[in-house]
Design a protein around this ligand. Structure first.
Ligand code: HEM
Length: 538
């Protein structure tokens, strides 16, 4: 027996003992730091107790044996029949580590990858050691409905002690309290106050398009839509006009917001990586820049006072409705959320709508007919436009901008939860990915085809499967999108006039066929340029 054998055995025993003890926190990311701090010194202490004179080799041996056996023990447990999710089918590697999805997530392919997994393994898939994805229609209400699951680590990991948190990262009563103000800010009555802003920004974009489309020059409509939605949102949220539509975002505001959201959301799928990334100076710097931007917006809005009833007006309770006043830092965080949540999403939905309509001449014809008649009736006020609404809705079904959706988590302090007959232990992360749910044939007939008429009255007989409650691009339940009404309004306003004023076609040389593969899924959905040639119709 070599002199290091007792040390190796002790390190192995210590590794196993640690796993048996810390296993209870397997699904508790709040304990990540505690566990790391506790583990790190243990092999060193073991060597120090056993060793009389100092030498490096025993330390290396002890650390290697300790972490090797700890890792092996974790893996064996996760793939064993004793793990509570052992009965849920899924790729073998997903049982061991969530790290396997990192490359997929970072490449923006998550939504498409999730669909492949469901095609292969069925409606319930284990997508990580402690993560399950559902695409069955009944899962939507079971997970997002009244007795469903709250948001969890995907969101809470982003909150920092002492820093303001936005609505998206809150749960329970705090969420409810803050959501009441948001509901006021984006309810039917308030939406009327935003009509002028939407009309002004629509005019501004039309001027730019008229200029840029001269001589048949192709235009990247996605980029133009992002500028439009950013300008609408910064005005609606803070009464601030950046004019990025006119300047073509020369100062890079939109780019900054999109880049920030992208990188932060990739990391949120791996809480420990998120923690570690906080130590990277670049990430810390960008986070600081965003806060600085938000504070600057807030300060100028606060100085200007209530000149319009914008989102800030309601979130700050400038109309004095409440006894418990909102705090400035939380309203700053919520204000910037409005811009982030409302910029990429609506722009993505409009891009997809144009792309689908242009690829389906029969839909294009019907749409132009509806819009022509509507403008002929009254050039200044839009009617209901049910066909355009159906075209947008169908685009949102096939290309939901938040394609994998916001995960939920079984509460860590409870007994676990049974969802559709599957027991999920406390702390399990649960996904209901809209991209896959919308393409499930049990939820929608001919699910991969673009058929706007499925959303029109009287279409039931043609579409035997039409579970509209499984249409979840805005999520579902108490924490679903509060900006849905505003998004609908601005999309209808812009697209109706765009289809009325211009004939649109894909630019020569533009690969329309594969454009949809450029749509990435980073919780937001950045996409490649949508190159369109506009020809004035009137
Ligand atoms: C087509 C456009 C849009 C889509 C597809 C969309 C989608 C979503 C989704 C899926 C969620 C839930 C996310 C989660 O649970 O993690 C959400 C939440 C939210 N959205 Fe939207 N959104 C859109 C437009 C907007 C607009 C224009 C605003 C304007 C302010 C907005 C503000 C918000 C806010 C504040 C939340 C958080 C709600 C809460 O936590 O209670 N969204 N959105």
């Amino acid at each position: 027996m070599s002199s290091s054998t007792p040390l190796i055995y002790s390190s192995i025993a210590l590794g196993v003992a640690n796993h048996l003890y810390w296993k209870r926190y397997e699904r508790d990311d709040t304990k990540l730091k505690t566990v790391a701090i506790s583990l790190l010194p243990q092999p060193a202490i073991l060597v120090a107790l056993a060793q009389r004179s100092f030498s490096l080799a025993p330390f290396i041996t002890s650390y290697a044996a300790f972490f090797l056996i700890l890792g092996t023990s974790i893996i064996l447990y996760r793939i064993s029949p004793f793990h509570p999710l052992a009965g849920v089918p899924g790729p073998f590697i997903a049982r061991i580590t969530k790290l396997w999805t990192y490359r997929i997530t970072a490449s923006g392919e998550l939504a498409r990858a999730m669909r492949k997994l469901h095609d292969e393994y069925g409606p319930v898939v284990r997508t990580g050691p402690n993560e399950v994805s559902f695409i069955d229609g009944d899962a939507v209400n079971a997970i997002y409905g009244t007795n469903g699951l709250p948001r969890g680590k995907f969101y809470t990991i982003r909150t920092e002690p002492g820093s303001p948190t936005n609505l998206l990262f809150t749960t329970g009563q705090t969420h409810q309290r803050r959501r009441t103000r948001w509901n006021r800010a984006l309810g039917t009555e308030s939406l009327k106050n935003y009509d002028d802003i939407i009309a002004r920004q629509t005019e501004e974009l039309l001027d730019v398009l008229a200029q840029d489309s001269k001589d048949g020059k192709p235009i990247d409509l996605t980029r133009k839509f992002q500028h439009y939605t950013f300008d609408v949102m910064s005005d609606v949220a803070f009464g601030r006009r950046f004019g990025v539509t006119k300047s073509d975002d020369s100062a890079g505001y939109v780019k900054f917001i999109l880049d920030f959201s992208e990188s932060i959301n990739i990391l949120a799928w791996l809480p420990w990586a998120f923690e570690a990334a906080g130590l990277i100076p670049h990430i810390a710097k960008v986070k600081k820049q965003l806060l600085g931007f938000a504070r600057e917006l807030a300060t100028s809005r606060a100085q200007a006072g209530a000149t319009q009833k914008d989102i800030w007006y309601h979130l700050m309770d400038e109309e004095d409705k409440e006894t418990q006043k909102p705090t400035m830092p939380e309203v700053v965080a919520d204000g910037i959320l409005a811009i982030i949540a409302g910029t990429d999403t609506s722009a993505a939905a409009m891009s997809s709508t144009v792309w689908f309509v242009l690829r389906h001449p029969e839909n294009y014809k019907m749409l132009q007919k509806e819009i022509n008649e509507d403008f002929a009736q009254n050039p200044d006020v839009r009617g209901e436009l049910p066909y355009l609404s159906a075209c947008i809705t169908e685009a949102l079904r096939l290309h939901p901008p938040n394609a994998t959706g916001g995960p939920r988590q079984v509460p860590r302090d409870g007994p676990g939860k049974v969802i559709l007959g599957k027991y999920l232990p406390e702390g399990t992360q649960v996904i209901v990915p809209p991209y896959s749910v919308h393409r499930n044939p049990n939820n929608f007939s001919s699910p991969t085809q673009y058929l706007p008429e499925r959303w029109l009255p009287g279409s039931k007989s043609k579409f035997p499967n039409h579970r509209s409650e499984t249409f979840i691009p805005f999520s579902h339940g108490a924490a679903s999108c509060v900006g849905r009404g505003l998004a609908h309004k601005e999309m209808l306003a812009l697209l109706s006039v765009l289809f009325y004023k211009y004939d649109m076609k894909f630019a020569d040389g533009f690969d329309a066929e594969s454009w949809e593969n450029t749509i990435m899924d980073y919780f937001i959905s950045p996409m490649g340029p949508l190159k369109i040639v506009l020809t004035a119709r009137h």
